[in-house]
Ligand binder design. Structure first.
Ligand code: HGY
Ligand code: MN
Ligand code: MN
Length: 409
């Protein structure tokens, strides 16, 4: 049995790092993330695991198996947050994995396969827009172009890696050999309201959405707010506003699709200057790439029409694009479902609208995910919350899943 209080207390303790009245700021490759990793290292050692940081900066805790040559059962998630994030997103998967392993060790259980719990760097892709993705290095899915992406202060991934003691020229040394992993599991909060609406504490994830993230630049003409008649303006911000409504209207036409503009900057940014240039982010998702791409193309077409009508220019720069939605392996889903029953919980299968580290493992080894209920469906918000009981239920399901996978051939 997992220890509910130890699990929840660790989540709360970890959540104090970078915590503010507006939420948690534990940004990727930041001093706060390093401090949080040091805290997690302590928990891993308390759980009896050997711990090391890999070449990509991920923190790896390992419980040896009886067969040192057996493939590894991996579980993990991220510690980094969005701006003003919560204390559960990502963290639950790391602390829950540590708790499952510690419960096994305290019960004197030895498994055939080694089990590794990993805290991955920069899952969110918030600070640098494209994600550095510590997990991506393990499976070779890293886009090196992101190394030069800069945060809002102009600091690049490369510079931040060095500050974290990670050699940017050797991050790919972290790549795992084929066959290294028997399976990859991730425990995560749902970040939506489906489980809560059904009165369920745990869900079996069937697949993970595919995303496109990019940056739109609209260029018009900066001019005097007082002397430029409305019909003579090339107002980049008014054009951007109309484009955002076109995006929202288009996304509503596709099942399970979502499209978000989360970040916008107007230049030169004076209250008495008609904006000459605007940059805004786009994040578009669906479970299937074909549907996501159809929506994306249609949104670009509609934005072009707006910009032509207004006499401003449009540039859409794609920064990150998942190739396809990633299914959770059927047999892993079934083991998770079995584990729900062992934990005395109903079985409910559901897709993930959020992206996760597990996506990078889908083509590397069989992967699966376990969701727990999010209060009010909130996440990426300071009020993100899951109860100690639901956190423990998720960790219990993870415990049974890891135990089965690590004990059998
Ligand atoms: O954006 C996401 O889906 C995840 O929280 N990184
Ligand atoms: Mn997450
Ligand atoms: Mn997140």
């Amino acid at each position: 049995m997992v220890n509910k209080d130890r699990l929840f207390n660790r989540l709360m303790e970890l959540g104090q790092i970078g915590n503010t009245e507006d939420g948690v700021y534990c940004m990727a490759l930041s001093p706060e993330e390093n401090e949080a990793h040091a805290q997690v290292k302590k928990y891993m050692e308390e759980a009896g695991m050997t711990v090391h940081m890999d070449a990509a900066g991920n923190l790896v805790g390992r419980k040896e198996g009886t067969d040192p040559n057996a493939s590894v059962v991996m579980t993990g998630s991220h510690i980094d947050t969005v701006y003003g994030g919560g204390m559960f997103d990502g963290r639950l998967g790391v602390i829950g994995g540590i708790e499952a392993v510690q419960a096994m060790t305290e019960a004197g259980i030895q498994t055939k396969h080694p089990i590794e719990v990993i805290a991955y760097r920069d899952e969110e892709g918030t600070r640098f827009v494209g994600s550095y993705s510590g997990a991506g290095h393990l499976t070779g899915g890293y886009d090196h172009g992101i190394m030069e992406h800069a945060d809002k202060d102009g600091k690049t991934v490369r510079e931040c890696l060095k500050e974290c003691g990670i050699d940017p020229d050797h991050v790919d040394d972290a790549k795992l050999p084929e066959g290294y992993a028997k399976a990859h599991l991730e425990l995560h909060i749902e970040q939506g309201a489906v489980l809560e609406s059904k009165g369920l504490s745990v869900g079996v994830v069937t697949g993970i959405c595919c995303q496109i993230r990019g940056e739109v630049t609209i260029k018009g003409t900066a001019s005097h707010a007082g002397t430029t008649p409305m019909d003579l303006r090339k107002d980049a911000l008014a054009a951007a506003a109309e484009c955002m409504l076109e995006i929202e209207d288009e996304a509503k036409k596709y099942p399970q699709a979502v499209a978000t503009v989360g970040k916008i900057t107007a230049f030169p940014g004076g209250v008495n200057v008609v904006p000459g240039e605007v940059k805004f982010s786009i994040d578009m998702r669906n479970q299937k790439a074909a549907l996501r791409d159809a929506m994306f193309d249609k949104c670009v077409e509609r934005m072009k029409a707006v910009c032509e009508k207004r006499g401003v220019s449009l540039d859409v720069n794609v920064l990150m694009k998942d190739d396809e939605g990633k299914p959770c392996a059927d047999h892993i889903q079934d083991i998770v479902a079995e584990s729900c029953e062992k934990a005395g919980l109903p079985v409910f299968r559901m897709p993930s609208g959020a992206g996760h580290d597990s996506s990078t493992f889908a083509d590397f080894c069989p992967m699966g995910m376990i969701f727990i209920r999010s209060k009010d469906g909130l996440s990426h918000n300071k009020d993100e919350y899951s109860s100690p009981e639901d956190c423990a239920a998720g960790a219990e399901v993870l415990y049974h899943t890891l135990l089965k996978l690590a004990s059998e051939d």
